[in-house]
Write a protein that binds this ligand. Structure first.
Ligand code: NAI
Length: 301
């Protein structure tokens, strides 16, 4: 089969000055996309979130793409404010006239056990990951709706999907992105805008001290193929979540068990049928609230 290309497509990748974002940008550009390499150039903890810190990383990735024969512009605005989001999308519109692809990837970490998690650890993390996705996606969405085409990947994490010690701020933001993904998938359907979420694991500056012996196997470049597929015109899915690490790709999903029904339900019924309520036998993967209601209607009819 023919190789997959992105000729004529314009992609914004946030946080693409290094790590995963840089790999996504290099792959899309190598396949013909015109790329906006956004990165404010902050530290892992994002001390500089909200202001321009170091234009270096964005420009370095953009130059790398150009040196390889690709097309890229650097953008150093922060995703963490509405003005920053508007400015990032304006960079794409000014340079290339449209936005087809958005990869919300910019991120910071401020880990701490929950009892020590103060506002200065919570707010910037929500600002960059969760609100940042809102601020960049909204102006991009307007352009995508206008030409009835869009592909968006939101970078979530197993820290939120599965829970990880010391990451209440980050995990909540990352699971918030799953909610955003699901709602945008529903709203984007009639405009051919597909929105999916990614849960990556890779060796980057964010994780180099956390991955231990596995780090050597977790090349960030091995995450980019699934991201590029989710950004491709032929992508067949929307509203889904993919786990990607070291060359393994898998789907993660939200399931609904068959459950227990009793129109005269009491507290004791819940106790006595709890195993049945929890049983994974016969679970479904709802594509939206209508599938949950359909399960309920079976009992009502
Ligand atoms: P990284 O630290 O190499 O990349 C994050 C980039 O985002 C940095 O270049 C940083 O300058 C940029 N950034 C931070 N705040 C920004 C802002 N306000 N505006 C614009 N750019 C900003 O880390 P990595 O690992 O490449 O992370 C990429 C994404 O993947 C993040 O969202 C992270 O939470 C997520 N992730 C990474 C995992 C991993 O194993 N590396 C695991 C799960 C999720």
């Amino acid at each position: 089969m023919a190789d997959l290309g992105f000729d004529g497509k314009v992609a914004i990748i946030t946080g693409a000055g290094g790590g995963l974002g840089r790999e996504h940008a290099l792959l899309l550009a190598s396949r013909g996309a015109q790329v906006v390499v956004n990165d404010l150039g902050g530290s892992v903890a994002g001390e500089t979130a909200g202001a321009t810190a170091d234009p270096g990383p964005a420009h370095t990735t953009a130059k790398e793409i150009e040196d390889l024969g690709g097309v890229a512009v650097a953008d150093v605005n922060s995703v963490a404010t509405p003005e920053g989001g508007e400015a990032i999308v304006k960079t794409a519109l000014d340079a290339f006239g449209r936005v087809d692809i958005l990869i919300n990837n910019a991120g910071i970490l401020r880990d701490k056990a929950f009892h020590n998690m103060t506002a200065d650890l919570v707010e910037p993390v929500l600002d960059v990951h969760l609100k940042g996705a809102f601020w960049v996606t909204r102006p991009a969405w307007i352009s995508m709706r206008e030409h009835a085409y869009g592909r968006i990947v939101n970078t979530s994490s197993n820290s939120g999907l599965l829970g990880n010690f010391g990451q209440a701020n980050y995990g909540a933001a990352k699971m918030g992105l799953v909610g955003l993904t699901r709602v945008l998938a529903a709203e984007g359907a009639k405009y051919n805008i597909k929105v999916n979420a990614l849960a990556p694991v890779a060796r980057t500056r964010m994780t180099e001290e956390l991955l231990g012996a596995m780090a050597d196997r977790l090349d960030p470049g091995l995450v980019s193929p699934i991201v590029a597929w989710l950004c491709h015109e032929e992508c067949p899915v929307t509203g889904e979540i993919y786990s990607a690490a070291g060359g393994r790709i898998a789907r993660m999903f939200i399931g609904l068990t068959e459950g227990y029904y009793n129109p005269d339900l009491t507290l004791e019924d819940v106790r006595d049928h709890f195993e049945e309520i929890r049983s994974e036998t016969g679970y479904i993967v709802p594509s939206g609230p209508h599938d949950e209601f359909a399960q309920l209607l079976k009992h009502f009819s």
